[in-house]
Design a protein around this ligand. Sequence first.
Ligand code: ZN
Ligand code: ZN
Length: 333
Amino acid sequence: MTRTALAPKFTGAGTIEFADHEYPDPGPGQLLLAVQANALCGTDRHQYYDGSSVVPGHEAAGTVLQTGDGTTTPVGTRGAVFLMDFCGECRSCKYDATNQCLAKRADMGFTQDGGYGPYELVHESNFFPITDDIEIGNATMLLDVMGTSSHALGRAALVRQDVESVYIAGAGPIGLGLTVMSKLKYDVPVYISDFSRWRLEFAESFGAIPLLADDLTAAGHPDLAFDASGKESARRAALDILSPRGALICVGHGESVTLDVSGDLISPERAVLGSEYFRYDEMPGNLALLQDHQELIGRVISHRFPVADIAEAFRLFMAGETGKVVVTQDGAS
Ligand SMILES: [Zn+2]
Ligand SMILES: [Zn+2]
């Protein structure tokens, strides 16, 4: 039975309309979810302005409504959707590097329908069940906010263990996630820079030390720097203050950076690493952290809107004075 339901349609130029959308039954290995929450993300910007042939939304949480052949997840299970529909068979997946799958079937919300609609069809393998104590909107924090940030911290730990201070460029949603996760992992000063005073004040409420982006003097020489801004100037400024043996981890997509290999890398033995999303097998650890710190991490969500008001949610989010914004729905049947 194919379900037809109203779903947000991103038609481009910042316009979101509602139109009938068809959702087929789950096939072998698949689950049909009733979506209950989806967090807005800066990456949605492209679909918001350019339009999308699929229903966007890649930070979804909901409840299993119907199951396909060969699955074992019970109807009624609540959980979050891992963006990458990884194959489970390739060299990367066999090493649990599921964020680097060489044959992924889809990127949910980008190449296949995502979580702004009432339903989402997923493979059981990229659905992550949560526990009863996690509020469903907060479950979306397991994705870009906690997952992407803790993976970046893990990347940093590959090259630097003795950490006495951390610097984050960009106080948007990823920068906020990095702030919260850095404070939970390291009991050290965490500096954060942005041009927006609103964003800096919000980050400060999570324990970060705010810096206006054009003067990083107060940060001294941090051992780890994370770029969540995607800006060349921010990456360059981070490298210029990084301590010897320090690591710059680029998390935000965007511009380039030019390296003086001798001065930036060889002499001070610094590292520049990329960090892309996170591995599915990092989710249990983040769920345990969310169970212990749900009030703190839930506070990263500054606004919640019913999905009927998704256009207003995007308008506010794109204006830049928010933390994470989550749209919610009752859970279709
Ligand atoms: Zn995202
Ligand atoms: Zn794979």
